[in-house]
Design a protein around this ligand. Sequence first.
Ligand SMILES: Nc1ncnc2c1ncn2[C@@H]1O[C@H](COP(=O)(O)OP(=O)(O)OP(=O)(O)O)[C@@H](O)[C@H]1O
Ligand SMILES: [Mg+2]
Length: 263
Amino acid sequence: MRVFAVANQKGGVGKTTTTVNLAAPLAVAGRSTLILDLDPHGSLSSYFGFDPDIEEDSTYRLFQNSNKDPINLIRNTGVERLDIIPAHSALATLDRQLGAKEGKGLVIVNALEKIRKKYAYVFIDCPPVLGVLMVNALAACERLMIPVQSEFLALKGLEGMVRTLNMITSAKGTSLPYTIIPTMYDQGIDVARDSLQLLKDTYPYNIWDDVIPFDSQFKIASEKGVPLAVFNPRSQGSIAYRKLLTTLLRITYELDQKTAAVA
Ligand SMILES: Nc1ncnc2c1ncn2[C@@H]1O[C@H](COP(=O)(O)OP(=O)(O)OP(=O)(O)O)[C@@H](O)[C@H]1O
Ligand SMILES: [Mg+2]
């Protein structure tokens, strides 16, 4: 099982869209894939018709009872082999509730361990805030995907996210690889081109060398509750996410090879 998290402390940058459109092509290609909604707003859950205000079987249950078997919380998204554990809005209360409780950062690690054999891939959609949910996602994943909108303000949000990442990983004495994904890119806009260049100059080793274009079909697909990758696999947006997925799988495979060579 391979686990990836999608996060950025800035809102509305394409985190949920990235989660949906990286996971869906894997399911379509025959790989059992699970998406976890850790955002109390539950946009990922709403995307697939689950209501985060009333959802009983949700990721919140895992935090209430850390021995809970996630298998009973899993639902299908309507896309074959693409399953979801939806969010509940009560996730927003966790930081206050859990306080300094021991093991609170490893709830998702432990839950995924119980379903390790069932899924080839897991994608975790994170809320745009630093807290126990983000800490859990970072602990559980092997790589963090950070979508960034191609605009100047995005750079500030990204700095915050990278600082958070470094803070969490250095506290644990580990490091977590990350990939920055320029999203909603419109090459006809000067400021988009300039800010993309600035992103490349600032993070030359961590930025994906392509972009997710602005594509109005993402909105249409989300209104229909279907991943764009399924609704219109030939759209520019779908093609771009498949390219990103190919890059993601290649770099994780290459890292595996290197680790195997060292071991
Ligand atoms: N490449 C794109 N082209 C056009 N629209 C997009 C693109 N990516 C995302 N969107 C739209 O932008 C809006 C915000 O995207 P999304 O919900 O994925 O962001 P988010 O980072 O998860 O937001 P939040 O922080 O609120 O969870 C949505 O309406 C989505 O359909
Ligand atoms: Mg979201």
